[in-house]
Design a protein around this ligand. Structure first.
Ligand code: IVH
Length: 705
């Protein structure tokens, strides 16, 4: 749907439409564009399998916006442009659910499940029951109402009987369709239940942004989802890149129209309902669920899922088992608290309690003071935890933590461990306040805190802790990547007076170092070679390595792309910086301040004299041709390069990276254990499928050629 050429055509056509008034033609195009956008949103947000690039999607979206602006009478409530709320949410209204949102009975082991199955079979008077087993999503529950196929309301769970009307915020979630063809199933009004989720990937990306802004990261993806539903600004909701899984229809009314028998049949079972939800455009757990007969098969599937819990793209805390036959569900009915036709199977806890012994205060490279809790060692899902970041003073206050407290610690998947809460029920009065220092624990200068910030900071840029942390960051893997010259060496050389600042890395006295124990010829050769190689790192790495506040890897790339030489940034005003992609007031101010500081400029001049490359090689490569105009995608495990290195090589030589296999792709680079991407690429003949070695020689040819 819509090739690049067609998009260009449309752009031309729109320009003329906006000038003159051709409402009929505009109407036709608007309808067409909406269909195309809805289709591509579905491919992207529900199927995770886009057919066009983000840029092409944005172009189509902007076209629609433009025509709608010129012809406001053509705007409809379900137009993709109408998701993006421009106004803030007023107070949230309380609304009653059509059917109360119940919670489920929990089970923790096979015996619990066997017991539950026995009771259900007794009530149902059946030898064996058919169950639908699906993940128990660990997010925030929601309830949606559609009438005549249109989304009319979305609410939080609230107290189960009443929740908050959060429709505007839920419209920011692209996997929730604004329009869904329930009428095809003879359904007029329907209430559906589901869970808003933040995927592990979205959670990590969002937290990286927060960390760069010195804001305490979200503790876990569940908080990321639940904390978003009642946010004032819908744009903040959109930023969290949430998804919604819909898994239950709690109520519906019929239109009375005749329905195709195949479709009608779906309404008889829970798995059929999941299929219907999928068919009309929802992300239902259709791919994740399994219909099985008998409780042993249920237990097997639960165990199977638990073992791959960490490999899933989103957090689940168990499985939900539902009687598949909806009529039977009805006759099983409810106990006082829970439905008898469903039960949750909870996975093993990832929480444990421990004692908070002391809090240490660490100084980061930007002078930020981070409190770190030292706890009695505790074993949680395969790892012994002894040390937990508390991020800032506010976290200590909010959680009311005290030295000597018993604390509940959680460690979910690859998320760093965190303290959920202190258990004040078991306090005995001997607990002590955590006193936040007023002076830097390393250089003793007074600490400061900016008004809008939660972080206390040591502003002495010569503070030894900061100097050392800056050097550690400079040599780190994602920065200048000076391997074999890690944290330990930096600390040692600094303490011995052999290294005092970043330029000093390039002026090390190796004769002195060779006299230190453990530094033989071979290790010195390695360090020297790594230091030498770092001089030619791409400019974006150097910018990131400088450790400018708020400048993460992505911003460093944007800055590098904007200049021919690092020193050009000296001439950028804050306004000019803000014109760059994704650079806001705060980042612009920080970059500007960095490049106006004489000491910093001196350090950069020193680095340049020492031979560190400061011009933008990438821009040069594009001019020469390189891989320009070529698109790449990597799949499987690479042997010689890290994925990030390979991707960087593509960009450095002017090529473009794509997120998925489509006819736009020129090269699929295949590593070990490549999966579905490879299969898909084989079907598109224009794609060249190459190995890692072939990729390297392609790059090589482009450099030398
Ligand atoms: S069914 C009447 N299915 O778990 C039961 N719930 O303690 C309707 N949840 O409040 C819920 N994944 O928020 C159901 N696949 C799933 C679920 C699920 C997560 C949540 C839901 C519910 C809670 C039950």
């Amino acid at each position: 749907m819509y090739s690049t050429e067609q998009i260009k055509e449309l752009q031309k056509l729109t320009a003329s439409l906006v000038k003159a008034d051709h409402t009929d033609k505009a109407f036709e195009i608007v309808e067409d564009l909406r269909k195309a956008l809805q289709f591509h949103e579905y491919r992207y947000y529900v199927l995770n399998d886009p057919l066009i690039s983000d840029t092409e999607y944005d172009q189509l979206f902007k076209l629609l916006e433009k025509i709608e602006q010129a012809n406001p009478e053509l705007i409809t409530a379900t137009s993709p442009t109408q998701r993006v709320g421009n106004s803030l949410n007023p107070a949230f209204n309380t609304v009653a659910h059509l059917v109360p949102m119940l919670s489920l009975e929990n089970s923790y082991n096979a015996e619990d499940l066997i017991d539950w199955d026995r009771k259900a079979r007794e009530v149902a008077r059946k030898e064996e029951l058919e169950y639908c087993v699906e993940p128990k999503f660990d997010g925030a529950s929601i309830s949606l109402i559609y009438e005549d196929d249109f989304l009319v309301r979305g609410a939080t769970r609230g107290n189960g009987v009443e929740g908050d009307d959060v429709t505007t915020n839920l419209k920011q979630i692209r996997s929730i369709p604004l329009h869904a063809a329930f009428a095809e199933y003879g359904i007029q009004q329907v209430e559906i239940r589901g869970e808003v989720m933040m995927s592990k990937k979205a959670f990590a990306a969002y937290n990286e942004q927060l960390t760069q802004q010195n804001i305490a990261p979200l503790a876990n993806a569940r908080n990321g989802a639940s904390g978003s539903l009642r946010m004032k600004d819908p744009k903040d909701v959109a930023r969290r890149k949430l998804e919604a899984f819909l898994y239950n229809v709690s109520y519906y009314t019929r239109t009375g129209d005749k329905v195709h028998a195949e479709k009608e049949k779906l309404l008889n079972t829970h798995s059929g309902i999941l299929q219907m939800l999928w068919n009309v455009g929802f992300k239902s757990p259709l791919k994740e669920m399994k219909v099985v007969k008998g409780i042993q098969a249920v237990i097997n599937y639960c165990n199977e899922f638990e073992s791959k819990r960490d490999d899933l793209p989103f957090e689940i805390d168990g499985m939900v088992i539902k009687v598949n036959d909806l009529q039977l569900q009805e006759s099983l009915g409810m106990t006082t608290h829970h439905p008898r036709w469903a039960i949750a199977f909870k996975f093993k806890a990832r929480q444990a309690t421990s004692k908070l012994r002391i809090v240490e205060f660490q100084v980061g490279r930007t002078g930020s003071i981070t409190p770190v809790a030292k706890i009695d060692p505790v074993f949680i899902s395969g790892v012994t935890v002894t040390s937990i970041s508390l991020f800032n003073e506010d976290v200590i206050k909010e959680k009311d933590l005290k030295i000597g407290d018993t604390v509940l610690v959680e460690r979910a998947g690859d998320v760093i461990p965190y303290i959920v809460k202190s258990l004040d029920e078991v306090r005995d009065g001997s607990e002590k306040e955590i006193v936040f220092p007023t002076n830097c624990p390393v250089c003793n200068s007074e600490l400061y805190k900016e008004e809008a910030e939660a972080v206390w900071r040591c502003i002495n840029i010569e503070c030894p802790a900061q100097v050392v942390e800056r050097m550690i960051h400079y040599v780190s893997k994602d920065a200048m990547d000076i391997r074999s010259f890690g944290e330990a060496n930096i600390r040692k050389f600094y303490e011995l007076g052999l290294l005092k600042d970043i330029p000093g890395i390039y002026e090390l006295d190796f004769t002195a170092i060779s006299k230190l124990p453990g530094f033989g010829k071979k290790s010195i050769d390695n360090i020297q070679a790594a230091i030498e190689a770092s001089k030619h790192q791409p400019l974006n790495r150097l910018i990131f390595a400088l450790g400018i506040r708020f400048v993460g890897e992505t911003t460093a790339k944007v800055l590098a792309n904007a200049v021919k030489h690092l020193m050009d940034l000296k001439d950028f005003s804050e306004e000019k910086l803000q014109q760059l992609e994704d650079i806001g007031v705060k980042v612009a101010n920080s970059v500007y301040t960095f490049f106006q500081n004489e000491q910093n400029i001196e350090m950069l001049q020193q680095l340049e004299t020492l031979g560190i490359e400061m011009s933008n090689k990438k821009n040069a490569a594009v001019v020469q041709g390189g891989l320009a105009e070529q698109t790449f995608l990597f799949t499987g495990t690479l042997n010689r390069l890290k994925r990030s290195e390979a991707e960087e090589m593509v960009e450095e030589h002017g090529g473009k990276l794509l997120g998925s296999v489509s006819s736009k792709l020129n090269y699929l680079v295949v590593g070990e254990d490549a999966g579905s991407k490879l299969e898909k690429a084989k079907k598109i003949h224009s794609i060249k499928i190459i190995s890692e070695d072939e990729f390297l020689s392609l790059v090589d040819k482009n450099i030398t050629g």
